[in-house]
Design a protein around this ligand. Structure first.
Ligand SMILES: Cc1ncc(C[n+]2csc(CCOP(=O)(O)OP(=O)(O)O)c2C)c(N)n1
Length: 563
C-alpha cells in the first residue's frame, strides 16, 4: 500500500502493538503529529518537556518490560531528549525515540532548528538512524523495535527529515529481520556452564552477585529457584532490587557504596562470585584491584563486551540469563550440597548481627528512612516505586521492602535528577493497577516540576513524596565527609510552597511534619487517586550510611559519622 512517511510511522506503531507514545510536537515532526490527530490506535501523552517524555517512556518500559516510545521535534526538541536517551542507555532500557529533522535538502545549511541529532545520539544510544527516504522507513522502524528489545536492551533513535515524512512510498512492514552484524548469542556455551556448575559445587564461600540483567531478561523466578536450591547467599545491585524478596533469608542486601555491611563483606571474602547480569559498576566495586580479590569469577551476560571489561573472569558465559540458567540450575542441582556453605552463611549472619542495616528513629523529627519503611508497611507490593537521585534514592534502595522485579524504577548508571516524576507517570500508564510512588528530594523534584500539569491533565495519579531536607543532600553529605564542611551551593532553604505549587497545577499538596500527618496524607492521596505532592519535612542532618568512599574498598566502610 502507498502512503506517506508520516502514515508509515503510525502504521508501525500499530503493528508493534504500541499503546502509548509520550511526546511533544514541533515544526519538523508536524507531519507525524497530523497523522496522530487522525488515529485512535494509541494514546499520545503530551508532556511539558521533551526530557520528561523520554523519562516517561523509560518508566513505562522499566515497569512493564515493553519498549517505551517517545516523539520529539528537531533541534531543541531533540537536545532536550538527550538526557532521557543517555539515562536509558546506561541502564539498558528498551526505547524507540523518533525525532523530526529538517528536510534532507536543508541538512548542513544551519537551517532553523537544525542539529546533527544522530551525531549527538551516537554515544548515548544502542543504535541510531538518519532516514534518507520513505522507502527505507518500514525496514528501519522494524529494526529499531527489534534492536531496542533484543540482546542487551537499549534506546534506539530514529531521526526522520520532514520531507521523508511527506514522501509517498510503498508500505510493507517486514516480517523478517536480516542483520548479519547483529545476532545476539542467547544460548550459553554448555561446556562453560558445566565448568561453572562444578565450580559452584566445589566452592566454600560462594556468593551470588545479582545484577540488572536479571530484571531485563525476566529471570527472577529462576534466580529464586537457584538461590533456594543451593542455599548460597546473594547480594543485589541497585538495578537488581526485587530479584529476590526483601525477606528472603539468603538476601544479604544491596552491595556497593551504600550497601549493607554483610553484602560488602561477602563480596570481599567470597571465593566464588556468581555474577548474573551485573556490569561491575564502580559504585558497586569500589577500588577494582581490591574487589572480590580472593574470588574466582563466573560472569553470565548477554553482552560479550561486558564480560572481562573491568575484571578478569574465570568462567565467562555469553547468553541470555534465562536460557543459561535453565541449563545451569539442573547441572548444579546434581552436585550441590547446601550444607557445605553452612559455615560461610554463619560468618555472614554474624556480620549482620554486628552491623545490621539500621537507622536511629526519633520522636522529634521525621527520619527519611522511617517514611520509606512506613510506605512499605502501608502499600508494600501494591506500589511501584520510582525515585529521583540523591540520598532519598539510596535510602529507598536500602529500606523499601521490594518483593518483585520491576518494582523499583530508578536511574542507576547516569544518576539523573529529574527522572523520578516523569518515570512514575510512565509507570502509572504501564501498570495502572499499582500505586505509583515517586520518592524524591527537594532538589530533584524541581528539575521536572512542570510535569504536574501533564500528570493532572492526563490523569496519571502519581504520589510524589518529597523527603525535604532543604539541601542538595547527597552533595552536602560529601561536603561534610570529604570537603571539611565547605557547603558550596547546596543550601535549598529558599524553596517554593510545594503545597500551593501542586494546587496551582490541579493536584493536591500536603505538608507533613509529624508521623501521624504522614499516614493521613498518604492514605488520603491514595484513596482519592489524585496527583499528589507530599512535602515531608525531614531531619536535615541525616546521612546515608554505610558508605564506601569513592575509590575505596568494600571492606572499609564508614559505618557511622561522628561530628
Ligand atoms: C541532573 C543532575 N544534576 C546534578 C546531579 C548531582 N547530584 C547528585 S545527588 C544531588 C543532590 C540531590 O538533592 P535532592 O534531590 O534534594 O535529594 P537528597 O540528596 O537531598 O535526598 C546532586 C546535585 C545529578 N545527579 N543529576
Amino acid at each position: 500500500m502507498e502512503m506517506t512517511g508520516a502514515q508509515m510511522v503510525i502504521e508501525a506503531m500499530k503493528l508493534e502493538g504500541v499503546d502509548t507514545v509520550f511526546g511533544y510536537p514541533g515544526g519538523a515532526i508536524m507531519n507525524v503529529y497530523d497523522e496522530i490527530y487522525k488515529q485512535n490506535d494509541f494514546r499520545h501523552i503530551l508532556t511539558r518537556h521533551e526530557q520528561a517524555a523520554v523519562h516517561a517512556a523509560d518508566g513505562y518500559a522499566r515497569s512493564t518490560g515493553r519498549t517505551g516510545v517517545a516523539f520529539v521535534t528537531s533541534g531543541p526538541g531533540f537536545t532536550n531528549a538527550v538526557t532521557g536517551l543517555a539515562t536509558a542507555y546506561m541502564d539498558s532500557v528498551p526505547l524507540v525515540v523518533i525525532s523530526g529533522q529538517v528536510p534532507i535538502t536543508m541538512i548542513g545549511t544551519d537551517a532553523f532548528q537544525e542539529i546533527d541529532a544522530t551525531g549527538i545520539s551516537r554515544s548515548c544510544t544502542k543504535h541510531n538512524y538518519l532516514v534518507r527516504s520513505a522507502k527505507e522507513l518500514p525496514r528501519i522502524l522494524k529494526e529499531a523495535f527489534y534492536i531496542a528489545a533484543s540482546g542487551r536492551p537499549g534506546p534506539v533513535h530514529v531521526d526522520i527529515p520532514k520531507d521523508v515524512t511527506a514522501e509517498v512510498a510503498a508500505f510493507e512492514y517486514p516480517t523478517h529481520i536480516d542483520l548479519p552484524t547483529y545476532r545476539p548469542t542467547t544460548k550459553g556455551n554448555v561446556r562453560q556452564i558445566k565448568k561453572a556448575a562444578e565450580a559452584i559445587c566445589n566452592a566454600k564461600r560462594p556468593v551470588f552477585y545479582l545484577g540488572g540483567g536479571i530484571i531485563n531478561s525476566g529471570s527472577a523466578e529462576l534466580v529464586r529457584e537457584f538461590v533456594q536450591a543451593t542455599q548460597i547467599p546473594a547480594v543485589e545491585t541497585l538495578m537488581a532490587r526485587g530479584s529476590l524478596r526483601y525477606d528472603d533469608p539468603l538476601l544479604l542486601g544491596m552491595v556497593g557504596m551504600h550497601g549493607s555491611y554483610q553484602a560488602n563483606m561477602a563480596m570481599s571474602e567470597t571465593d566464588l562470585m556468581i555474577a548474573l547480569g551485573p556490569r561491575f559498576d564502580d559504585r558497586v566495586t569500589g577500588k577494582l584491584s581490591e574487589f572480590a580479590k580472593h574470588a574466582k569469577v563466573i560472569h553470565v551476560d548477554i553482552d560479550p563486551s561486558s564480560i572481562g571489561k573491568l575484571i578478569d573472569v574465570d568462567y565467562p558465559i555469553v547468553g541470555d540469563l534465562k536460557e543459561v540458567l535453565e541449563v545451569m540450575i539442573p547441572k548444579v542441582k546434581e552436585c550441590v550440597d547446601p550444607d557445605r556453605y553452612q559455615a560461610w552463611r554463619n560468618i555472614l549472619k554474624r556480620y549482620n548481627e554486628i552491623h545490621p542495616m539500621h537507622f536511629e528513629d526519633s520522636d522529634k523529627v521525621i527520619k527519611p528512612q522511617w517514611v520509606i519503611k512506613r510506605v512499605g508497611e502501608i502499600l508494600g507490593d501494591r506500589a511501584v516505586i520510582s525515585t529521583d537521585v540523591g540520598q532519598h534514592q539510596m535510602w529507598t534502595a536500602q529500606f523499601y521492602p521490594f518483593s518483585y522485579p520491576r518494582q523499583l524504577v530508578t536511574s542507576g548508571g547516569l544518576g539523573t535528577m529529574g527522572f523520578g516524576f516523569p518515570a512514575a507517570m510512565g509507570v502509572k500508564r504501564g501498570v495502572p493497577d499499582k500505586v505509583s510512588i515517586n520518592f524524591t528530594g527537594d532538589g530533584s523534584i524541581l528539575m521536572n516540576i512542570q510535569e504536574l500539569v501533564t500528570a493532572v491533565e492526563s490523569r496519571l495519579p502519581v504520589v510524589n513524596i518529597i523527603l525535604n531536607n532543604h539541601y542538595l543532600g547527597m552533595v552536602r553529605q560529601w561536603q561534610t565527609f570529604f570537603y571539611d564542611k565547605r557547603y558550596a551551593e547546596t543550601d535549598l532553604s529558599f524553596q517554593p510552597d510545594f503545597v500551593r505549587l501542586a494546587e496551582a497545577c490541579g493536584g493536591v499538596g500536603y505538608r507533613v511534619e509529624t508521623k501521624e500527618e504522614f499516614d493521613e496524607a498518604l492514605q488520603d492521596a491514595v484513596n482519592k487517586g489524585v496527583v499528589a505532592m507530599i512535602d515531608v519535612i525531614i531531619d536535615r542532618d541525616e546521612n546515608v550510611l554505610p558508605m564506601v568512599p569513592s575509590g575505596g574498598t568494600l571492606y572499609n566502610m564508614m559505618l557511622e559519622y561522628k561530628d
